[in-house]
Design a protein around this ligand. Structure first.
Ligand code: CA
Length: 237
């Protein structure tokens, strides 16, 4: 029971309600964690705070079309796989979508089985299941430096921060799993040990501190990500 298999999380962006609900239902039946929104600005807000394994993105959206949304996502240096959906079937759209950083493209009406296959392929391709990397006592990223043994860190402003034992342990665990989601259960086992049950809020508070120390903008974190309902993820870049 060390590693619970975590569900891949998908963000579905579709303004037609019936299709949105159909997609959600079918993806959930395939055991994905599904979040839905019906407009582009909501996507940009959401991906600042949450990690997704894939975005299914309709092109024809009110206000901001899917291609503009994709472009904005890539400008934030977010490499989440994007599968475009479009009612239009012109190769110009397809080329435009892929040029702006989309990974794949499906034309409506699509075959559901084909959609599920493409979703699965994109997620697998992106998922690098790594075993924990063993890391040295000192670790550097983005101008910050952590010394796990000394329980201290140089923050984004070059200030020395003392870390509590648990802070150091949580940082080490997340960094050992760089690029991977670490589940809450796993964090509780490794950092807090058995028979102690801090609330989710406790872990959240640790993450908020890490963002204060190491993020240039703690409201749109680049390194310390929350994955709703699952856990947390550290990315160095
Ligand atoms: Ca639409």
């Amino acid at each position: 029971m060390l590693h619970r298999q975590t569900k891949a999380s998908i963000l579905v962006v579709e303004d037609e309600e019936s299709l949105r609900e159909t997609l959600k239902l079918n993806l959930e039946m395939e055991d994905y964690e599904v979040t839905t929104v019906d407009n582009g600005p909501a996507v940009l807000k959401m991906i600042k705070n949450e990690y997704f394994d894939l975005i299914v993105l309709d092109i024809m959206l009110p206000d901001m079309d899917g291609i503009a949304v994709c472009e904005a996502i890539r400008m934030q240096h977010n490499d989440v796989p994007i599968l475009f959906l479009s009612a239009r079937n012109s190769s110009a759209d397809r080329v435009e979508g892929l040029k702006k950083g989309g990974d794949d493209y499906l034309t409506k009406p699509f075959n559901l089985e084909e959609l599920l296959l493409r979703v699965n392929n994109l997620i697998l391709k992106n998922k690098r299941i790594k075993s924990p990397q063993s890391i040295a006592d000192e670790y550097e990223f983005d101008g910050c430096k952590i010394n796990f043994a000394a329980h201290e860190a140089l923050d984004k402003n070059g200030q020395m921060q003392e870390l509590s034992k648990k802070e150091a342990a949580l940082l080490k665990l997340m960094i050992e799993h760089e690029g991977e989601v670490v589940t809450r259960e796993h964090i509780l086992q490794v950092v807090w040990g058995y028979n102690v049950y801090p609330t989710t809020r406790t872990i959240d508070n640790f993450i908020l501190n890490f963002r204060k120390y190491f993020e240039n903008d703690s409201r749109s974190p680049k390194h310390f990500h929350s994955v709703r309902g699952i856990g947390y993820k550290f990315t160095a870049n």
